[in-house]
Design a protein around this ligand. Sequence first.
Ligand code: CS2
Length: 487
Amino acid sequence: MSTEAGLRADIPRLARVKGKAPAAGIVHLGLGAFFRAFGAIYIEDAMAASGGDWGIIGVSLQSPRMHDQLAPQDFVYTAQELGPEGETLRQVESVVDVLVARENPEAVLTSMADPTTRIVTLTVTEKGYCHDPATGRLNPDHPDIRHDLTHALPVSAPGYLVRALARRKATGLPPFTVLTCDNLPDNGRLVRGIVLDLAERLDPELAAWIASEGRFPATMVDRIVPATKPEDVDALAQKTGRYDAAPVLHEPFRQWVVEDDFVPAYGEDARPDLAAAGVELVGNVTAYEHMKLRMLNGTHSSLAYLGYLAGHETIAETVADPAFARFVKSLWRKEIIPSFQAPPGVDLEAYADALFERYANPGIRHRTWQIAMDGSQKLPQRILGTLRDNLAADRPSPGLCLAVAAWMVYVGGTGLDGAPIDVRDPMADRLKSLSDNAKDPAAKVTALLEVRDIFDPSLATAIRPSVSSAYTNLVNGGVRKTVEALA
Ligand code: CS2
């Protein structure tokens, strides 16, 4: 019997056990599974270690679902840690409210402009920044940005940041620190540039104030958090005898590296005691970010496209296939590790070994289809930067070119077995029609490499031969054979 139908009515709902909710200090834009399994836990640990009012007001930009699931259980939820040897459960209580921006934009701006709000964290995914992925700059033609330029109540994440900062300036408050937790390159600088660009178009004085008073520390975030399925909700209810409408599932591993650069006007109160919770506070995040985006996310996306096309449902299933295991190890060793400088004291071979173990964790059913989403927004920082650095060093990248070719087959919308693919990507229609209108593999590759939002011209020219032959091999020989030949 499904929870929705039966158990929900029969068993008690989850409730706050620690009594009063903490007072709020953070507004989080884009409250999804990842932040609830990651930032919300670190922040709860920091409050437990050192106190402070850092309750989190979550904001869903679009859907009321998260609010509707969490409100009846006072915004608490279960974090289910899935290790290779079993699982542990934890109740997380740092979220104190959820607002739905589309339904009540005024409430969101009011919270962001409140004197108690000192940090706005974000996980709005790559596409939520309304930028051009190839350049990292604001896309002023994005429909949400066009809306936000002419309406006081915004719809986009950058719009909320800018309008809320304007309110704080008008009432004489310091800005909040903007702490992005999305997998974007140099994410702090990127969001700062986007916010300043939008502010400049609305009010140059506001832009100048944000530029001098605002802080946008870069971060590297890492924890694998597959989407929660209805079966997971049911199984947890059966196990605990309590109904939680929105548990999160995650692996044991976590790593958060943050530049220690918060709005100075708040002094000691500028941030939770993140270090006490195990966050690494550093002066510069770049090396960590290269390591994580290239080694983890780069191979995740490569395995997602190739694995999906080979018929594998999850990453764990994909790396259980020896050909793919050899392939990913050789990607790390030959193409990715040599492309960047390791963070101080980090052994990249050991990092790769640990990643392989994380991918192989049978407790984590992370679907290749989920990771394959939004490739147009992900490819540049995950794969193309590495390719560019390898070209400059004259290092061949056959594996990464194969991954790009697999992405091209994927966005064509038809698997190698002829089955349709449910492609989720803001550019899905455009990519599919480019592919459909080209007659053979070489023409498809050429057409897709001409998408300037993703590929710059010199990179496109340089990788065309290799991507083209990889595409042809995929079509003629199938995925496994092609992967095997490379590995
Ligand atoms: C994944 C990431 O869905 C994806 O694109 O690559 O969400 C990945 O699991 C996390 O970045 C791990 O920290």
